[in-house]
Design a protein around this ligand. Structure first.
Ligand SMILES: [Zn+2]
Length: 268
């Protein structure tokens, strides 16, 4: 084979990437970017989870959605599936249009689960599920905060929870206080948040962490688990907590009884 044609992602990388199966839970602004990038990268199998249909207020950030989709009240899973199929009609797509917990068997054999959800309890449930099936869980989230000066700050993070590694709690992302408060300042961005560009940054970081897991383009001693984005400074960096986490082990997911089907109490 002509070496110059080999991808920087490694030998046989197109076949390897095509064999991967990923789930994206939450197809809002962030999830739509991730789906688009993974389609172009050549992922062969998708599980798309979202029970919502597109609304006028989503058009400023849901990549791939059109005014016609809003008129037809199309489901977000159908819009994203159309985007993916437009890149490669052969890609296999499973659509789930109910809460993921009700159809969780489709997520069990995924190579990664991307969480693009609003609530911290939903993130925790997704991580618990992913850990039980030894699946990497990659989470993105963003906040828009009002500042005392009257300006706004945009910040966000991409966090990855790997089997055997530190979890979202250990990393300081999920805290009991946050779970209790369900604090989200995103509303500060208004009713139609035009957050397409920070979503794009966070999604790109998430896809980068995923590609690092499955392709050997570089080796790193310690996997990158927690990247922070400062939208006002246009800066992405490792969480400042990182140096203090060296050598720590997760006490939350070590028990062997934590593997297998979890049970969730789902409230409508
Ligand atoms: Zn932990």
């Amino acid at each position: 084979m002509d070496q110059s044609r080999q991808s920087f992602l490694g030998k046989n990388s197109p076949q390897i990437i095509a064999s991967l199966r990923v789930a994206i839970v939450g197809l809002g602004g962030g999830g739509s970017h991730i789906a688009q990038q993974l389609a172009h990268v050549g992922i062969g199998n998708f599980v798309l989870v979202d029970f919502d249909h597109v609304e006028d207020s989503n058009l400023n950030r849901l990549v791939g959605a059109t005014a016609k989709d809003v008129n037809k009240a199309r489901l977000k899973v159908d819009i994203i599936a159309r985007q993916i199929k437009a890149v490669n009609p052969a890609m296999k797509i499973t659509k789930i249009t109910k809460p993921w917990q009700e159809d969780a068997e489709h997520l069990r054999d995924c190579h990664a689960i991307f969480g693009c959800v609003d609530s911290f309890s939903c993130r925790r449930d997704l991580e618990v599920f992913a850990r039980r099936y030894l699946i990497p869980y990659i989470d993105i989230g963003m906040d828009v905060h009002p500042l005392p000066s009257g300006e706004f700050s945009i910040s966000g993070q991409t966090v990855m929870s790997l089997p055997g590694e530190l979890c979202l709690k250990c990393l300081g992302f999920l805290t009991d206080d946050l779970l209790a408060l369900e604090a989200q300042n995103y509303r500060a961005a208004g009713g139609k948040p035009q957050v397409v560009w920070p979503n794009g940054v966070l999604a790109s970081m998430a896809v980068g962490l995923f590609m690092q897991l499955y392709t050997p383009w570089h080796y790193s001693e310690r996997p990158t688990l927690y990247l922070e984005y400062d939208g006002n400074e246009s800066e992405v960096k490792l969480t400042p907590r990182w140096p203090y986490l060296e050598g720590k082990r997760c006490p939350h997911f070590n028990q062997i009884e934590d593997v297998g089907d979890p049970f969730f109490e789902h409230k409508e």
